[in-house]
Write a protein that binds this ligand. Structure first.
Ligand SMILES: NC(=O)c1ccc[n+]([C@@H]2O[C@H](COP(=O)([O-])OP(=O)(O)OC[C@H]3O[C@@H](n4cnc5c(N)ncnc54)[C@H](O)[C@@H]3O)[C@@H](O)[C@H]2O)c1
Length: 456
């Protein structure tokens, strides 16, 4: 028999009360966030990387929602035109800097926000920390193990803190999974089946941009899967220990039947399923097309470019320090977008089939299924949060800018250790594919690995 649990505030408190009793503590990262809290003063923000993510999520939307808490004192990007457009788009009146070093020196922000291309994050994180400010960085923290070490060393040396913005942790159904696992609903977690599907629109978009080159995004195992590996590390409450992976490029890149440089001017446009006219989007045209003269970057690159060297299908096995085994995959050309996950435990199974952005399937709640061994099947519906990434974006920013001291009972604030552990799984997977052998996380980092709990 199915039972449906609507997640009301009362249920929420009930679960919080039973599972999290005594754990309403300030997580070390949340404690670090309290550094940002200066009563009566606005937090002075500077941003490097005025691209689409920086300008909307960390620029315009932050100004709109937290104008009483924050002010921008500088913007920096290597593309002068994009930076100028960004200032107008954000509606701010702060100085612009082609050099981030100059910005840190002149604007003296409290917090530096890093939203550049992935392979350059470390450069600005290290500069910001060593210049004496706290840093908020977009995911992935970085793209290889040498850069991971440089970031951790700079943080230790500076005494300042890095926050890595893992917005996925904050969406309500993922928080609910965390609560149910911590409450021991399936006993000891033993294994996880986790499969993520990117569709022919969102998935293809990674192959149009800088993300299609290993040197810039570290492959989607780092750029994209860092979200998923962070969720696993967080849900399982353990560090990853060993990774084995397969990956190949069989659909995009050199596999295409024809190619061009960009969609604009492509002679194959009429027969290409992936043809995309960027000029129909005014914002993206102003952001990228009108500023190509400064850096030669084409936002509408052909998905069949020969230079693409990342994988478009990936399968990863991860063994955790607490002995949990994970089977993970990422597919980048599915007809629809979403993920399936199942946690197997000694007392049952907790699963979800989360489909995203389906025009034919409009809904505002997510469904989890909890099946007890020898027992009943419970369907748990969780209302979705409003805003980007299932409500994760807004809740993450509220925590950062509105109430940094708010207790963090679900451990959703993430710092450099979380950033390192998640991108190291992707880095290890990439090495595993390239070297054809399992890779131990401990061989990539001097962070001591821990198995802090097993489910309950
Ligand atoms: N958390 C999420 O859900 C999410 C979503 C989208 C993007 N992101 C992250 O945000 C970051 C930015 O992504 P985007 O989609 O905005 O990319 P983008 O290409 O639109 O923007 C990147 C910007 O960085 C600038 N830049 C690159 N290298 C630089 C350098 N060395 N010095 C100064 N500026 C430099 C570029 O000129 C560009 O303006 C990425 O790290 C990405 O992973 C996160």
């Amino acid at each position: 028999m199915n039972t449906t649990e609507k997640q009301s505030r009362r249920d929420f408190i009930a679960i919080s009360g039973s599972a999290l009793a005594g754990s309403l503590f300030l997580h070390p990262v949340a404690q670090a966030l309290s550094i940002f809290d200066k009563p009566g003063q606005k937090m002075k923000l500077a941003m490097v990387g005025t691209g689409v993510r920086g300008l909307a999520m960390w620029g315009r939307d932050v100004i709109r929602a937290y104008k009483d808490q924050v002010e921008f004192v500088g913007l920096s990007d290597k593309n002068e035109g994009r930076m100028k457009y960004g200032k107008t788009f954000m509606g701010v009146d702060c100085p612009l800097f082609l050099s981030a070093d100059q910005m840190l020196k002149d604007a003296k922000p409290d917090v530096l926000i890093v939203t550049t291309m992935d392979s350059t994050h470390h450069e600005f994180i290290v500069k910001g920390l060593l210049a004496g400010m706290n840093v908020i960085s977009e995911k992935p923290m970085t793209t290889d193990e040498v850069k991971v070490k440089a970031i951790l060393d700079a943080e230790r040396k500076s005494g300042k803190k890095l926050i890595v913005t893992f917005n996925y942790r904050y969406s309500p159904h993922r928080q609910k999974l965390y609560e149910l696992l911590r409450a021991g609903e399936i006993g000891t977690i033993t294994s996880v089946d986790f499969h993520w599907y990117l569709d022919t629109s969102h998935g293809a978009d990674y192959f149009r941009r800088w993300h299609g080159r290993k040197e810039f995004g570290g492959t989607l195992l780092v750029h994209k899967s860092t979200h998923h590996f962070d969720l696993l590390n967080w849900w399982l409450d353990s560090d990853p220990e060993e990774v084995f992976a397969y990956g190949s490029l069989e659909f995009y890149g050199k596999n295409g039947p024809f190619r061009s440089k960009t969609c604009r001017g492509c002679p194959h446009a009429s027969k290409c399923d992936f043809h995309w006219d960027i000029t129909r989007n005014e914002h993206l045209t102003k952001l990228y097309v009108e500023n190509e003269q400064y850096d030669g970057y084409h936002r509408d690159g052909c998905v069949f470019r020969e230079e693409i060297d990342i994988y478009d299908k990936m399968a990863v096995q991860i063994k955790y320090k607490n002995n949990v085994q994970v089977s993970y995959s990422l597919t980048t050309y599915s007809p629809y977008e979403g993920y399936r996950i199942a946690f197997n435990g000694t007392k049952g199974r907790l699963e979800a089939w989360i489909k995203e952005s389906q025009p034919w399937d409009e809904k505002n709640e997510d469904e989890l299924v909890l099946v007890k061994n020898f027992g009943q099947r419970h369907i748990i519906t969780v209302p979705q949060g409003g805003g980007g990434h299932g409500g994760g974006d807004t809740r993450l920013k509220d925590k950062l800018f509105l109430d940094p001291n708010k207790p963090d009972p679900w451990r959703q604030s993430a710092g450099s250790r979380d950033g390192a552990m998640s991108c190291l799984v992707g880095i290890a997977a990439r090495h595993s594919i390239e070297q054809g052998k399992p890779i131990k996380i401990q061989d990539l980092t001097d962070i001591p690995l821990a198995a802090s709990g097993r489910g309950a």
